[in-house]
Design a protein around this ligand. Structure first.
Ligand code: ADP
Ligand code: ZN
Length: 669
């Protein structure tokens, strides 16, 4: 008898998709329930969907217990592996189990009437596959991946330069799975679906069917139908963002995490978790192979390969005749820049020459809007968000001043609120809108477009821009980090980085690693076909190791140096970190709680585990809440989640103060 078939007895624990840390006891009645069954139970004044989690915990006398209202045999039972994963993920991330279950059953409210009117065509026909014939190197890689299939848990890093055909290689693996097992499912995780039009249409070309997409943008009706197709097994390939990894797949055979280094895999709101790490964990519970894909692997994954924990497949060269782009430094202390401009003369010339030759150019600046700050020329007043420690960003197109942290915004005023001077404001520094204005000024004929998360407010806007760029209807595309991701623009000859130093400024643990990844990925957009690519980095610190690594193309030397620095500082991946964020509307209460946490940690602190802080967070005020941070630095052999649970549980605090754990923090704001 399998464990899930063991009789549960008259009292059972049902986990509800709420913020509760544990399940509630119910009477099983005569439903013949087993662990994993989806049920409806009375809850509060109404009903809730839930999942039978196991035997009752006997925390209620039977007389007080209510019976289960209904069993939903129309949905597949959640597997032991999935339930174990939910338990583990809640424990690891210090999150309530119910909140984890909510990601498995994200449609709890509507799942009860499952008769979905949305039709989803998920048929896969291997006859219709039209895969790219692989090169010898690619084929070797694909063979190595094939060996991992059906052999239980394994992690492989597919490490290949930009444009080497990593996607074609994992498509080959997916095709083999689909063709050999008519029920097998594959999950492909992408960091941002909105930026993935090209990859979705390539999938359709190669497989003759579009994959099923799971992300936050799909409508509730479609979501329901998609969930159903996934849990009942008719959906074979699912392309999803972070949350797709919690879904109840019927027969998952492989998880692919594309662009595994990407920061957006870290969910920072609500339940804090790292989707790449959770994907690896899920694969471990489900005994599956997982494939991490990147041209700029995270230091963690790179280190795991070096340690022999992960297997590796590498693709060292671009596919076909395409060459890696040339990368050049423009030392901003030396090159001429026109007054009031941000694009140096040599970069202007390169862009103009590329466009004149019928090619395309891209300019990157990781700042939305027109200017990151506006001040009054008369009195120096700076416009600041009333609810956050941040300046208001000038958006000229709207025109408005906007807080990028909370969304607070106001029309650009006529008079200075401080000295009443009229129309006397100075925008300070550039954002993408200002760069676009500069390009239009020196190239009035060029077709110029901006891509940033607000200039293309919705899905459609972003998609249209990507398609227009791919169809060469844009000469110069200016954008934030959105333009760095995965795109394939055949005509792209020149990439200019307006401020290559920007990402290094914050100086957090991963600043160098991230700047390298971002600029390298961005460079990787250039010269992907017959047009040769050149990249120009404007920097005040051309001698910085990150800039040097980009120029020399010696990635592994850079990663080795980063690893040494991390080792010397006893930082990840050599040690473990967890952050605690304490916030609330009353500063004294917040600070008091943070201090109590620090004091209580004193008992636990020892050589293998330190607690730093509390310190005011760099983003001290956010949405009207004061924020303090603590950081736990622990040796690798410390059971960090265990420590966190008991530590955070040991301190009482006012209910108006929120204490949140962030395991393996990526952001230190
Ligand atoms: P990566 O994912 O490593 O950046 P892609 O898989 O996107 O690389 O490949 C880059 C470009 O080269 C794409 O247009 C892709 O279709 C093409 N390509 C790669 N390998 C092959 C192949 N074996 N046959 C035909 N085209 C290929
Ligand atoms: Zn704000």
């Amino acid at each position: 008898m399998k464990p899930s078939e063991a009789p549960l007895g008259a009292q059972i624990e049902v986990l509800l998709p709420t913020a509760a840390p544990h399940g509630f006891d119910y009477l099983a009645g005569s439903h013949g329930l087993q662990a994993g069954d989806i049920v409806t139970v009375p809850f509060g004044r109404g009903e809730s969907l839930g999942v039978v989690w196991g035997k009752g915990t006997a925390n209620l006398p039977p007389a007080k217990m209510k019976p289960v209202a209904a069993k939903h045999s129309e949905y597949p039972r959640l597997s032991d592996a999935l339930r174990a994963f939910v338990d583990w993920a809640a424990w690891y991330n210090c999150a309530p189990k119910g909140a984890m279950l909510k990601m498995v059953l994200p449609i709890a409210e509507v799942v009860r009437e499952m008769k979905s009117r949305v039709k989803i065509d998920t048929a896969i026909d291997p006859q219709k596959f039209n895969l790219a014939p692989l090169s010898d190197t690619q084929k070797n890689g694909a063979d190595t991946l094939e060996e991992k299939l059906g052999k239980g848990f394994s992690v492989t890093l597919l490490d290949g330069v930009t444009g080497s055909g990593k996607t074609e290689v994992y498509y080959d693996t997916i095709a083999k799975i689909l063709a050999s097992d008519a029920e097998a499912q594959v999950l492909v995780m992408l960091p941002e679906i909105a930026l993935s039009v090209q990859s979705l249409s390539r999938f359709e070309q190669r497989f003759g069917t579009a994959p099923l997409v799971w992300n936050s943008e799909i409508t509730p009706a479609k979501k329901r139908a998609t969930w159903q197709a996934i849990s009942q097994g008719s959906a074979r390939v699912i392309v999803g963002a972070r949350s797709a990894l919690f879904l109840p797949y019927k027969k998952l055979a492989l998880i692919v995490v594309d662009e595994e280094h990407d920061q957006s895999y870290k969910q920072e709101e609500g339940v804090i978790y790292h989707a790449r790490d959770m994907a690896v964990a899920r694969a471990r519970f489900e005994k599956l192979p997982v494939l991490l894909v990147s041209a700029t692997p995270s230091l963690e994954s790179y280190y795991n390969v070096k340690q022999g924990k992960y297997a590796e497949v590498s693709l060292p060269a671009r596919h076909g005749a395409a060459e890696m782009p040339d990368i050049h430094m423009l030392d901003m202390k030396k090159v001429p820049v026109a007054r009031g401009g941000f694009i140096s003369e040599p970069l202007r010339e390169k862009i103009a020459a590329a466009v004149a030759a019928g090619h395309q150019a891209m300019l990157f600046l990781n700042r939305r809007g027109y200017a990151p700050l506006m001040l009054c020329r008369a009195c120096g007043h700076r416009f600041q968000c009333p609810d956050c420690s941040s300046w208001l960003v000038l958006h000229k197109g709207k025109p408005r001043l906007e807080c990028h942290h909370c969304g607070y915004n106001l029309p650009v005023p006529k008079t200075c609120p401080s000295c009443q001077a009229e129309d006397n404001f100075a925008p300070c520094g550039p954002g993408v809108e200002r760069i676009s204005e500069e390009v239009v000024a020196f190239m009035p004929e060029a077709r110029v477009a901006v891509m940033a998360s607000d200039s293309s407010e919705n899905f459609k806007g972003v998609e249209e821009t990507i398609v227009a760029m791919a169809e060469r209807k844009i000469d110069v595309l200016i954008g934030t980090q959105m333009i760095a991701k995965g795109h394939h623009f055949a005509g792209l000859a020149v990439v200019g980085v307006v401020d290559a130093d920007l990402g290094l400024a914050g100086g957090d643990l991963r600043a160098a690693e991230r700047t390298y990844q971002l600029l390298h990925q961005l460079s990787g957009r250039a010269g992907r076909e017959s047009v040769a690519g050149s990249v120009y980095l404007q920097s005040y610190f051309p001698e910085h190791p990150v800039m040097q690594a980009l120029i020399s193309g010696d990635r592994d030397k850079f990663l080795a140096a980063e690893l040494t620095a991390r080792k010397n500082g006893n930082m990840p991946p050599f040690a473990r970190l967890a952050a605690v964020i304490v916030d609330g509307a009353k500063e004294n209460e917040v600070l008091q709680t943070a201090k109590q946490l620090a004091a209580s940690a004193g008992h636990h602190s020892n050589k293998a585990l330190h607690i730093l802080g509390p310190a005011p967070a760099p983003l001290f005020m956010l949405r009207g809440k004061f924020r303090y941070r603590l950081l736990v630095q622990a040796d690798k052999n410390i059971n960090l989640p265990e420590f966190m649970q008991s530590w955070l549980g040991s301190v009482q605090h006012p209910s108006s103060v929120r204490v949140r754990a962030d395991i393996d923090p990526q952001s230190f704001l």
